[in-house]
Design a protein around this ligand. Sequence first.
Ligand SMILES: [Zn+2]
Length: 112
Amino acid sequence: VRLEHLIARDGPVCVWCGRQLWRCDLTAEHLLPRSQRGRGQPENLAVACRACNRQRRTTGVAAFARAASAAGRQPRIDLLRGALVRLAASPLPSHARYAERQLELLARLEAR
Ligand SMILES: [Zn+2]
């Protein structure tokens, strides 16, 4: 999947810090990390800046959103929730299970 397609779908915005950036500063972020059997299908990808992508490594989506928020950044919970809802509909069970769990954790985060 080309980054351009993700930017057209989600906007030129990092999901973790909320900054709008030029294309050269943006990357395709795997929601379920590749090391945890996350694949490159569009439903498993979101737009993130290089700095956040590098910093996140394999931290869970909800946990990293919480960490980013605690660090004074403004994670786009709306985009993350939308991305996880899309991922939950994935035909790949590993994708869908991960998304369902992260949606639960994200809802708890928002309730605080
Ligand atoms: Zn960022």
